[in-house]
Design a protein around this ligand. Structure first.
Ligand code: NDP
Length: 306
């Protein structure tokens, strides 16, 4: 069985950054990228808020550059999906693609989180062409335009108010007659004049043409449909942390986010660290994920040098 000092699971900003730092610390990291090499940023177009790129950078390019940097520094980055993990004792036993077993002295879990989508075909068709699950990432492209946000939680309210500061009009599509969000966030939304809440409504179809989203067909709970004209369609119906493989061993919160100790990346299992969106229900930005990948690498180094 192959033995590695540091195994990193996840090929997003957290994983690649952990690989950069552990390579420079001579820990010869091995990183498995999972099913979406590059992570969530590969589903967006231009990234304008990652520091260091005056004119923005394409999400795929940014991730390719992070990966290339890690490889240049010596990280062994591999295609492959971790399919099971036994963290009952060190070294940990990790299985990749159902058959390859690896023994890892330390583990960095950087498997990210996935935005939840509605599951309608037109959403897939226009993903990256007006459909987005990140207002902070993509809102800027809809300045002075009309957009819609689906959801009634804190994220939806936060995204709607953020978009309202940029866009002409924001529709919030809410499936019940109440918002799930905290009272403070609800007040903020209700006091923002260019947000219109479409209560008891669900999205039947996202409409568009070759240039992208042009609108949405909305169904009322009590029957009937109507159309809204929008250029951007934002999903804010929650995220799902990709922690299932590990939740038998590491502590997770009520929604599945891995719990880390204070400002560190340490989990309750000695030698297992978590970085990026899989342990961060609040910020979920590429730059915060990268920063937590750095922390995890430094924690790994400290742990191995105890
Ligand atoms: P939530 O699970 O809290 O809310 C999801 C929202 O999406 C709900 O309104 C839900 O409706 C709606 N929804 C779910 N599925 C569908 C669907 N298929 N179609 C239409 N609507 C749907 O997720 P959030 O991401 O908003 O928040 C996650 C956690 O993070 C929460 O604990 C939240 O408080 C926290 N958070 C805190 C922030 C802050 O404090 N600043 C900012 C952002 C998040 P329904 O209500 O009917 O179930």
């Amino acid at each position: 069985m192959e033995t590695v000092k540091c195994l990193i699971i996840g090929g997003g900003p957290a994983g690649y950054t952990a690989a950069i730092y552990t390579s420079r610390a001579d820990l010869s990291p091995v990183l498995y990228e999972g099913i979406q090499p590059g992570g969530q940023l590969t589903t967006t177009t231009e990234v304008e808020n990652f520091p260091g790129f005056e004119n923005g950078i394409d999400g795929n390019q940014l991730m390719a550059a992070m990966k290339a940097q890690a490889v240049r520094l010596g990280a062994d980055i591999r295609n492959g999906l971790v399919t099971s993990a036994d963290l009952s004792s060190r070294p940990f036993k990790i299985t990749v693609d159902g058959d390859k077993e690896i023994s890892a002295e330390t583990l960095v879990i950087a498997t990210g989180a996935s935005a939840k989508y509605l599951g309608i075909p037109s959403e897939e068709k226009f993903r990256g062409m007006g459909v987005s699950a990140c207002a902070t990432c993509d809102g800027f492209f809809y300045r002075k335009k009309d957009v819609a946000v689906v959801g009634g939680g804190d994220t939806a309210c936060e995204e709607a108010t953020y978009l309202a500061s940029l866009c002409r009009k924001v529709y919030m599509i809410v499936r019940r007659d109440v918002l799930r969000a905290s009272a403070a966030m609800q007040d903020k939304v209700k006091n923002t004049p260019n947000i219109e809440i479409l209560w008891n409504c669900s999205t039947e179809e996202i409409l568009g043409d070759a240039s992208g989203v042009t609108g949405a067909r909305i169904a009322r709970k009590d029957g009937g449909t109507f159309e809204i004209a929008v250029d951007g369609f934002f999903l804010a119906i929650g995220h799902h942390p990709n922690s299932e493989l590990f939740s038998q061993w590491v502590n997770v919160d009520g929604t599945g986010y891995i719990i880390t100790e204070g400002k560190t990346s340490r989990t309750n299992v000695e030698g297992v660290f978590a970085a990026g969106d899989v342990q961060d229900p609040s910020y979920r930005q590429a730059v915060t994920a990268a920063a937590s990948g750095c922390r995890a690498a430094m924690d790994v180094e400290k742990f191995l040098n105890r």
